[in-house]
Design a protein around this ligand. Structure first.
Ligand code: SF4
Length: 62
């Protein structure tokens, strides 16, 4: 099964990186990123967002 991610909305600073890199997974909801399609891209693509988020707000679900 594909791994799934979530965004900690308390941590998100709305920089837009994940939303612009992977609009098929992340979108802004109420000004913060939301992983509306948490398995919507290959893991390595999502990992780029996990690594690139400046505040580490994107997390894998166990
Ligand atoms: S990369 Fe991180 S801080 Fe930037 S919008 Fe996405 S979750 Fe928020």
């Amino acid at each position: 099964m594909a791994r799934s991610v979530w965004v900690d909305r308390e941590e998100c600073i709305s920089c837009g990186l994940c939303v612009s890199l992977l609009p098929e997974v992340f979108r802004f909801e109420g000004g913060k990123s939301d992983a509306y399609a948490p398995t919507g891209a290959p893991e390595e693509k999502i990992q780029e967002c996990v690594d690139g988020c400046p505040v580490g707000a994107i997390h894998w679900k166990d």
